[in-house]
Design a protein. Sequence first.
Length: 184
Amino acid sequence: VATLLWPTANTLVKISMLHLYKTIFRNKEMDHAVYIVGALTMSYWLATVITALTICRPFAYNWNKFTITGHCGDLVAYYLSTAMMNLLIDVVIVALPLPILWGLQMNIARNISLTFVFSLGALICGIFMLRCYAINNLKFTDVIYDVTLGMVATILEPVLGVINARLPLLQPVMSKIPESTMVS
């Protein structure tokens, strides 16, 4: 189930970010880039889900390896390849609005702050690199110990992605809150 929910959650976060970009940055170049990256994201999701559904034979062998006779393909290679493709798409999505932001006519402090907010997705990419490291070193000898780092990174990515997708929208809200209430 996790191999289906994880790519679905991440894909929805990515599509949400792309929709935000299309809404905020209204120009033809961004529209084309959003459609291309969106198609790549949906293709990634489809390939990941199809592979997850077909990597073990029979299908029930995915969760019941003790009473059913079957076999699975190279799970570590599957996890690592999906992680690397996901990371590549994340990097593209983080970088997508930056040229437009840098071209806007505004003071340097505002430009830097907007670049920082839109680039916070790079932190998620860093967490994801940690996940790739954990997957690359994955052994199934002691599952509790060996899988913990990868699972924490796996859980954090969609959660932080949702938060990150909404950060650019918080600026108008934050500007309405008096500074005295934000400092204790």
